[in-house]
Design a protein around this ligand. Sequence first.
Ligand code: NAP
Length: 259
Amino acid sequence: MDFGIAGKKALVCASSKGLGFGCAQALAREGVDVVMNARSVEALEASAEALRRETGVTVTAVAADITSEEGRAAVLDAAGDVDILVTNAGGPPPGMWQDWAREEFIAALDANMLSPIALMQALVPGMMARGWGRVVNITSQSVKAPIPVLGLSNAARTGLTGFVAGTARQVAAKGVTINNLLPGIHDTDRATALDKGVMDMQGISRDQARAARMATIPAARYGSQEEFGATCAFLCSQYAGFIVGQNVLLDGGGVNATI
Ligand code: NAP
C-alpha cells in the first residue's frame, strides 16, 4: 500500500534507536525526508547513515537534547518547515510515589509533556497555513492503565494527552491531525532497562524477568520497533486524515479493557 506521503518532510525526535528509529525508518521507507535527533552523536550518525543507504531519502541528523530549550531551538532551526512531527524523548525513571521531589516532577513534565507541546506550538501553525500536517506523539500505555512504579510517566503523559485531546480538535479543519501512539512493552533498550530494575529488585535472571513480563501480555511477546513504526507511518499517511485526537494502543492486548 502506498501511503501517499513520498516527498514530504518529517521531524522524528529521539530517533537514533528504539521506537523513534522505528518511526523514522518506516517514514523513510515511504519516501519521506527525515530529520532525526538524539543526544549521542555517534549512534545518531550511524542510524542516519543506515537510513540513507537503505532508502535514498534525505536524512538530516541533529544531535541535541530535545527536552532543553536550546536543544529544541537547534533541532527546529535545522528542520525548518516540516509536514510531519513525531515527538519522543526518554521516559522518566521508576521509583516510589513518596520519594519524588518537585525537581523530578518538573524534569518529567519537561521531557514528556512540555517538550512535545513546545514542538507542536512551533510547527503546527506552518502545517495549518499549508493545509496539511500530521503529528504523532509517542506516549505510553500508562495513559490508559497506570504503571505504579512509573508515577512520573503516568502524570506527565496524562497531561500531554489532555492537551492533545483539545488541541487536535482545534486544528483538524486545517488538514492537520494530532494523535498519540501508546506503546506497551517493546523490545528496545527502555524495556531492557525496566527488566533490569525487576531483576535487581526480585533477584531473578533476565530470562525470568522477561518471561514474567510476557506472561502479562496476551500476545505472549514484546512488540517490535518495526511494527510500531509502521503504525506511525500509517497515522501520517494520506489515509489517516479522519483519525483525530486518538490514543492508539500497541500493547499486544496488555491493557485489559473493552474499549
Ligand atoms: P530507547 O530504546 O531507550 O530509545 C530512546 C531514544 O531516544 C534514543 O535514540 C535516545 O538517544 C533518544 N533520547 C532519549 N532522551 C533524549 C533526549 N532528551 N533528547 C533527544 N533524544 C533523546 O527508548 P524506547 O523504548 O524507544 O522508548 C521511547 C519512548 O517510549 C520513551 O519515552 C519510553 O518511556 C516510551 N515507552 C517505551 C516502552 C517500551 O517498551 N519500549 C513502553 C512504553 C513507553 P540518546 O540517548 O543518544 O539521546
